[in-house]
Design a protein. Sequence first.
Length: 350
Amino acid sequence: MTVSVRRTAVPLTALALVTAAVAGCAGPGGDTPRAGASPAAPSSPAASREGPVSASPRSSVSRPPGAGDRESSGRYATLPASVSGRTPVFRHGPREEDREAAREEERDGREEREGGDERRKREDGENREKGGDRGDKVVALTFDAVLSAEDRERAEDGERRDNPGLVAALRREKAPATFFMTGVWAQTYEHQARSIGRDRLFEVGSLSYSHRAFTRDCGGLPALAPGEQLADVRKGVKAIRAAGVKNLTPYFRFPGGCFDDRSRRAVGPAGVTAVESDVVAPDARERNPEKVAEKVLKDVRPGSVVALDCDRKGSPATEKAVRRLVPELRERGYRIVPVSELIASAVGRD
């Protein structure tokens, strides 16, 4: 199951959002990988042919046993796995233009039944109640904190693959964010992982333990054997939790953005919801923060999941780019939310 929302000319209820999402469209970028990481292997035809899951929005948000932090039971919404056990993939939340199309049709019908002045008064009241149109114009910022097993020795010798300045910038801006950590990163930068993982502003997902690929061809990343993939996911979650992370979610990001039908089946028993992105910042090895910010601002849409790096050596421009991005997004009317809020919205959780 892959979540995104199709254009529709009818009002979208919570259940309609789920069924439209299951039918699926990749959205801009589809399986686009992180810049500088790897090209994503497309989901298999079998995965794209999956039909709607027979589950209500309420049952869709149940938290699978063993996923995320045991102390946060029921806190984070998840998507249901397919009938065949494939882990679900979330790419972005409801799009404003989808909801606006539904609103326009509803307004057209009401205009025939009531006078224009009465309609405008009612709409003005609705906008005041929800703070204008900002309620639907949301974006999630996600950061990949990557350290592979192969890179651990260089990090221990002083090569900095963390980014405390970026974390401090997010805190100054009071900008919620979702960090996807590898287990090796959490072990190497245990103090920082704990600090991020106990801050209510942030939430944490897993990026596997070793940051090895889950498909054979993933931009040069060493690949895990299919029989090792589930264990690597579980080991990553265990390492992140052992670092002292309290706000660990049941969300997972495939290393390099690469996955296929086989890997989705392999990861299924972990009970995670895979999270991809529809906006990929070109921050890998980039030194110009303006270039990074401009690309994100050009591509972002309501409901977008933006992927950036948390790596001061490999992505030195990210911190400064974020200092511009956050105020500019808010100036344009966006509300910055964690991934959990987008997923909860997509499945109709209150």
